[in-house]
Design a protein around this ligand. Structure first.
Ligand code: IVH
Length: 670
């Protein structure tokens, strides 16, 4: 290919990719599948590698540059980034409107109402229609240069085609959707890392990460609400919103023109009612005078414009008395402090408890029993204690003394080095036993319906169950069970049936049910898939476990430690005898295993003629092999289709065997 041909091809690919990004991320209606998208990206990467001189800053391959940001420089804003003055009730909105009426005298004016997104304000500078810098608001005069991280946000155009603009600035709010935020936290939990408190701070933290590959892996979004082009023909806020849409910037469509302050009030009321249903967090409504000419007349005072105001919703925070701090013992022995609160009504429900996370947090905030505390109810998180109102602290209050013994079994607590958590080390602590059994029977694990919290408590008390295996011996005590007052024949029958049925739960569910620390549902699936049986897993070394893609050292240590404990091995043997599944379905069907594939690692690249990628993967896995996403020395085969890119190169350089589609088919026909 000549350089001219490559340049043309690159242009076409860039256009197609940015089109696909726009449809997927801004319009939320994709028209090509991920696979095709990946292929285009790969092709572009390949061409840019071959013709480095054709690589430009606005290439979508730059979205994940991988280069760590060393430090964030600062960027001076071309126009200061002002903030908004707040109003908290309708009377204050009327005052705002009166001020405007006075200044604008007898001119007619109208408002535009928008949502106030609870995210991070950013400024994007485009020169020659290409994105050159992205910065945070900072102190309003200068902000942090976060260009590299901003580029990972796929709804932000790296360049625009529209010829009506050349150099311009766009401003908007960067945020996480509520569901994406929950997923990020699930991911954190899965990796054994810290849980984030709220979406806004997480967005702020993410924008400041040094590793833009992590930023790219988190689905940040943008709503744009400001554009400055220098064009005098742009006459109003509404026109600039329309222009943003035309330039393919993401704009939130929940805005409304309001002829007077009464219409503004209606909008505010409506929005406040639907607030919880929105897929992203907002904390109010922004009211702006529409005409730019009038905005100029109104000007600004100190750091806020006179032409706009924020109408903030009732805070989801309130003050209440903290009666007492008590502790809970989790199934793995973790001690969590909980605040027992004087019940208060807050944003739709009564709150009488809040988590205090851990003892470091109590110490840091100096939270004491009897204090008046500020509590907050976030979107989807458990209420938490924000701070103490020291003015209301009583004279005889004393710092909270951390318990040194387990509140349930009185065993001395331990605090592993480097961890903020305290644990009860007693495996037989009744609270842990109860927690473990509850986890074991949970619907995501063995799904034994009819064995709820209070029944487990009774069974533990009566000594019917001490561990998981005892659950499967309950049928031997049918008469005793029936004699328990609140049980009828029918419910015992149902319970015993649910217990029997649970024996057919697949291996990964059983593995999850065992409650090994750090082994969540996903990890259990990965382990089951990669090792196939409990015997193989329990004989695996820590290194072998870490070798599984996505499994880190913390999980590996915990898994391997679990199997070193004789008690656990005995328990597993008991459960085996009871008839639970300790092998994955696949490894139980030796009929399908093919020696060419068994325990071999494959990497797929390029386009296959006769198979979709998912189908090829399924064939490989069904025959006993594994599919990995990257080529390494451990890769056995790279199956290369048409237009294979960097993976093929890597395979060649490492001397990994490369298969054509034909050779691959031969392999399983044999
Ligand atoms: S307009 C002076 N519009 O609120 C004009 N801001 O306190 C200010 N914000 O820093 C920007 N949603 O982070 C505007 N629809 C919206 C907004 C919005 C959220 C944030 C933004 C700004 C802060 C002002």
């Amino acid at each position: 290919m000549t350089s001219t041909e490559a340049a043309k091809k690159i242009e076409v690919l860039k256009k197609k990719i940015s089109d696909a990004d726009y449809k997927y991320y801004t319009l939320a209606s994709p028209d090509i599948d991920d696979y095709k998208y990946d292929l285009m990206m790969k092709e572009l990467e390949k061409l840019e590698k071959e013709f480095p001189e054709l690589r430009t800053d606005d290439s979508p391959t730059n979205r994940v540059s991988g280069e760590p940001t060393k430090s964030f420089g600062t960027i001076q804003h071309q126009i200061p980034m002002l903030s908004l003055s707040n109003t908290y009730n309708f009377d204050e909105l009327v005052e705002f409107d009166n001020r405007i009426k006075n200044i604008l005298e007898d001119r007619k004016y109208e408002y535009v109402c928008e949502l106030k997104f609870d995210g991070i304000a950013i400024s994007l500078i485009y020169k020659n229609r290409k994105l050159v810098t992205g910065a945070t608001r900072g102190d309003g005069v200068k902000g942090d240069d976060v260009t590299q991280n901003i580029k990972t946000i796929r709804s932000i155009p790296l360049s625009v085609n529209d010829r009506s603009v050349t150099d311009f600035e766009v401003r908007g709010e960067v945020f996480f959707r509520k569901d994406d935020f929950i997923k990020i936290n699930e991911e954190q939990e899965f990796k054994g890392e810290k849980i984030f408190a709220n979406a806004r701070n997480t967005a702020a933290g993410t924008l400041k990460l040094k590793n833009s590959a992590i930023v790219a892996s988190r689905p940040l979004n943008l709503f744009s609400y400001f554009i400055h082009t220098g064009d005098k023909n742009l006459k109003s806020h509404l026109e600039s919103i329309k222009l943003l849409e035309k330039l393919k910037f993401p704009v939130n469509t929940n805005y409304r023109k309001a002829a007077d302050i009464e219409e503004v009030r209606k909008f505010c009321d409506e929005v406040e009612k639907m607030r919880d249903e929105l897929p992203y967090e907002i904390d109010g409504v922004v009211v702006k005078v529409n005409s730019f000419e009038q905005q100029d007349i109104l000007g600004s005072v100190s750091k806020s414009p006179r032409w706009a105001v924020a109408y903030k919703f009732k805070a989801k925070e309130t003050e209440t008395k903290l009666n007492r701090i008590y502790t809970q013992v989790g199934r793995t022995g973790t001690i969590t402090p909980v605040a027992d609160l004087q019940p208060v009504f807050l944003a739709g429900s009564t709150i009488s408890r809040a988590t205090l996370h851990n003892f470091d947090e109590i110490k840091r905030k100096d939270i004491r029993e009897g204090d008046y505390v500020m509590i907050e109810k976030g979107g989807d998180v458990i209420p938490k204690v924000l701070s103490v109102n020291l003015k209301r602290r009583s004279n005889n209050s004393r710092p909270y003394k951390m318990p040194d013994k387990c509140p349930v079994c009185n065993t001395k607590l331990i605090n592993p080095e480097g961890e903020v958590y305290y644990y009860c080390p007693n495996y037989d602590c009744p609270a842990q036993v109860q927690g473990r059994i509850e986890h074991f029977v949970h619907r995501n694990a063995m799904e034994i319906e009819g064995l709820g919290e209070s029944i487990i408590e009774i069974f533990l008390e009566k000594g019917f169950i001490k561990n998981y295996a005892d659950i499967y011996r309950l049928k031997e005590r049918r008469d005793e069970l029936i004699s328990i007052e609140r049980f009828g024949d029918k419910s015992i029958e149902n319970l015993l049936k649910a217990i029997e049925d649970s024996k057919s739960k697949p291996f990964d569910k059983v593995l999850f049910a065992l409650g090994i620390r750090h082994v969540g549902e996903r990890t259990a699936k990965l382990l089951s898939k990669n090792f196939g049986s409990i015997d193989k897993l329990s004989n695996a070394t820590e290194e072998e476990i870490v070798g599984v893609h996505e499994i880190g050292p913390k999980i590996a240590e915990s898994v391997s430690g679990f199997f070193k404990d004789r008690k656990n091995i005995e328990l597993i043997n008991d459960l085996k005898k009871a008839g639970l599944q300790f092998e994955s379905e696949k490894s139980k069907d030796p009929g399908r295993i093919n020696e060419n594939f068994n325990n071999k690692t494959f990497v797929l690249t390029g386009t296959l003629e006769n198979y979709k990628r998912d189908d090829a993967q399924k064939i490989i896995e069904d025959l006993g092999g594994r599919v990995s996403s990257s080529v390494s020395k451990k890769t056995d085969y790279v199956l290369a289709g048409a237009e294979a890119g960097s993976k093929l190169e890597k395979a060649n350089s490492l001397g990994v065997k490369v298969l054509t589609e034909k050779e691959f088919v031969e392999m399983f026909k044999e």
